[in-house]
Design a protein around this ligand. Structure first.
Ligand SMILES: Cc1cc2nc3c(=O)[nH]c(=O)nc-3n(C[C@H](O)[C@H](O)[C@H](O)COP(=O)(O)O)c2cc1C
Ligand SMILES: CCCCCCC(=O)C(=O)O
Length: 366
């Protein structure tokens, strides 16, 4: 029997053993050279935590409020596509584990369980991630379904006018299953011998003309708050404020889109400074430890989203595996807070982290 994992990274190997190669590669892979994929994790390792001592930390509390919703920790489940490729219960298992842990789950537009199945599976606070398709009526219909089914926010992904070049998917001729959400609307079946079937599907449906003015359109079709996911620069953060989004997610899509885009933790601060606390800044990419969560919060994120580790937990052991991943991260964060002299999430401040900037790191390398 495999040894029990003691940190979330150890779920990756369990997932590899549990899954067909095509699906494991789909989950684990990044774009092209996978340079950014590696950097997302490594950049965290260059940041140090500056603890305060002689503070009474006999009681610590990781709870926080995200977009007005009280949660047990500044941890959210990132939207990731097609959970049934990892486990037969798919997104329903992920949603139940999120509900039990009292953390917010963001359901992917490309989920394998329907919006209705996820909504009726538990009482968790849920957000809905949106892709805008060329056939905008499909995206509008999905927004309305999410709203009708009690999802509390729309997270528009803005870094995917086209799918990044994922070479493992090309080699494996990755096949997307039929997605029940789109039954009767659009077929996900593709039959190309040339490479990734998922990429062929994506290039047929994704609306590459989506631009800033369309935020107005999206806001006009829903009463839910609209956040954008995939911002990496100060300029785009300022533009996001101008068009009136309710929040920003600093993300490079888990390094699956543009390779050589910066590690997200290296650009978090420039976005936080640009936004000046006017709207929440959330964060994802490479979070594998409670110390990573602490660092992102110290730099100014309100919460972090977890992508691959959740899928690996799901693949390894269904709902229970997802619970383990979330609880491990929560426990590690709580310990980091205690060892740094922070009793609450609000106590975590910029002075608790000494960020080594990317420039300083590369100057040191040369
Ligand atoms: C297998 C996989 C599928 C993903 N699917 C989506 C998706 O459907 N929509 C989306 O906005 N982001 C998607 N993402 C990106 C995640 O939301 C998130 O940005 C990323 O996984 C965070 O990085 P991490 O995996 O290092 O935690 C996906 C990521 C992975 C790994
Ligand atoms: C429109 C189909 C694209 C699905 C890809 C899901 C995704 O975002 C990913 O990173 O994979």
């Amino acid at each position: 029997m495999e040894a029990e994992p003691v940190n979330v990274s150890e779920f990756q190997e369990l997932a590899r053993l549990a899954l067909p190669k095509m699906y494991y590669d789909f989950y684990a892979g990044g774009a092209e050279d996978q340079h950014t994929l590696e950097e997302n994790v490594k950049a965290f390792q260059r940041i140090f935590i500056c603890p305060r001592v002689l503070i009474d930390v006999s009681r610590t509390d990781t709870s926080t409020t995200i977009m007005g919703y009280k949660t047990s920790a500044p941890i959210m489940v990132a939207p990731t596509a097609m959970h049934k490729l990892a486990h037969p219960e798919g997104e329903v298992a992920t949603a139940r584990a999120s509900a039990t842990a009292n953390v917010i789950m963001v359901l992917s537009f490309n989920s394998t369980c329907t919006v209705e199945e996820v909504a009726s599976s538990c009482n968790a606070v849920r957000f809905f991630q949106l892709y805008v398709y060329k056939r905008r009526e499909i995206s509008a219909f999905m927004v309305q379904r999410a709203e009708r089914n009690g999802f509390k926010a729309i997270i528009l992904t803005v870094d995917t006018p086209r799918l990044g070049r994922r070479e493992p998917d090309i080699k494996n001729k990755m096949v997307a299953p039929q997605l029940k959400n789109f039954e009767g609307l659009i077929s996900t079946e593709m039959n190309t011998d040339k490479g990734s079937n998922l990429e062929a599907f994506a290039s047929g449906v994704l609306d590459a003309s989506l631009c800033w003015k369309d935020i107005g359109w999206l806001k006009s079709i829903t009463s839910l708050p609209v956040l954008i996911k995939g911002v990496l620069t100060r300029e785009d953060a300022l533009r996001a404020l101008e068009v009136g989004v309710a929040g920003i997610i600093v993300s490079n899509h888990g390094a699956r889109q543009l390779d050589y885009s910066p590690a997200t933790i290296n650009v978090l601060e420039e976005v936080v400074v640009a936004v000046q606390g006017k709207i929440p800044v959330l964060f994802d990419g490479g979070v594998r430890r409670g110390t990573d969560i602490f660092k992102a919060l110290a730099i100014g994120a309100q919460a972090v989203m977890i992508g691959r580790p959740v899928i690996y937990g799901l693949a390894a052991n269904g709902e229970h595996g997802v619970s383990r991943v979330i609880n491990m991260l929560k426990d590690e964060l709580e310990l980091t807070m205690a060892l740094s002299g922070c009793c609450t999430v609000k106590d975590i401040s910029r002075s608790h982290s000494s960020k080594v900037s990317a420039q300083a790191y590369y100057a040191w390398m040369i």
